[in-house]
Write a protein that binds this ligand. Sequence first.
Ligand code: HEM
Length: 495
Amino acid sequence: MTEAYVSVQDEAKTTGPLTTESGAPVADNQNSETAGIGGPVLVQDQLLLEKLAHFNRERIPERVVHARGAGAYGTFTVTADVTKYTRAKFLAEIGKETEVFLRFSTVAGNLGAPDAVRDPRGFSLKFYTEEGNYDLVGNNTPVFFIKDAIKFPDFIHTQKRDPYTGSQEADNVWDFWGLSPEATHQVTWLFGDRGIPASYRHMNGYGSHTFQWSNEAGQAFWVKYHFKTDQGIENLTADEANKLAGEDPDSHQRDLREAIERGEFPTWTVQVQIMPVEDAANYRFNPFDLTKVWPHEDYPPIEFGKLELNRNPENIFAEVEQSIFSPAHFVPGIGPSPDKMLQGRLFAYADAHRYRVGINADHLPVNRPHATEARSYGRDGYLYDGRHGRSKNYEPNSFGGPVQTDRPLWQASAVSGVTGDHVAPSHAEDNDFVQAGNLYRLMSEAEKERLIANLAGFIAKVSRDDIAERAIDNFRKADEDYGKRLEAAVQALRG
Ligand code: HEM
């Protein structure tokens, strides 16, 4: 227990007696009321009933993915002029500060799972801007395993618990990845050195998808965000992580909280890659394919901000567990791209919030706008607090209620063709393996060795040869040497 933690407890002064939920003084919080000394408990002991009933309802559903996480508040500061690319007000001036809330997470584990595991880390950032909350719900990886939202539930089922064994199964993981060659790039990333960050502070964040920025004149650009850790990248080896996960399951959460308590505020340098919209059609990779990066030599990252985390939440349930982030929360000057994954996410998150936290989730202190107010005609529902008072609940109205602006948040995009279950278009250099191979060839010999060992250790657990072989074949297609070494390593382990 740290000193800072203790002092917060000491400050929690109470005035007056313990009460029931409705405020009546409690006479005895140790003994329930019985009929006689040894007799049964009475229904009139409302304190007992209230305590048991409240306790039964203390848990809300955990997030179906990214259940395990930690969050902190902070500040985003603009460091360069990007007004020729976006009219977002929070980016309008160098030096301008915006309050943020960031929730980090792992993906596959349940709420109580250890932090030090091989898994992507979530990087969910809420900017409390004066034009509404802007949520950037990214990861610590610039790419993802799949490129169409229709595959997401299947993918996640393979990462989570098998319906029969109740455990994560190597068979399911490698069966899906083997049959989804587009995962080869992200899997190479995940089993490489950056697959287990040492802490949330020592990793980068990425918006991952391509988004649209548009300026005051209505000119649009495609952009990708990068958050580069100023603490330096630090990772754990598989052995270090296994040990830490057992000894200190809350390692990442504790590290973040304690660093902030010590006044060591973690920071990230924020960059953006900007592609003129005219480039998109003929770019060598499909710029809306989430399994691909835009190589920096094509679109060099431009620095435009600094992110600092400097305040811990006071109450993890209220502020972290009930926090909600949606890729559909845009502000003027920022919008979606046609990335098929992003389009699916525009629906999925708000739907999850309605189920997990409820229809008024947007109005909880951590979720509501802090630099403006929400002025919608959405009303009522569970746990509505009456914030609209007597104001009219329909629009248009003649009583001075809020009205539309007639200006869309983002610019229109040109589309063509017929409807259909289309495969996303491939550009000149696109295939599922090219960037995985490039990433492999960038690694040092020692990095390659660790990558092969990490992959082989997991593939060797697969029970069927055909599933293991198909999985290995994808790495061979990325790079002959990669596949050959992996095959030999798996064979050595399988005997
Ligand atoms: C179509 C693909 C995807 C779907 C359908 C999907 C769906 C979801 C859902 C339902 C949640 C739980 C939300 C909640 O209960 O509040 C979630 C959480 C999350 N997802 Fe995704 N996801 C997808 C892809 C991605 C990608 C590509 C990224 C990163 C680039 C990502 C990052 C996150 C993060 C960081 C969280 C945790 C949010 C938080 O901290 O509350 N997801 N996702």
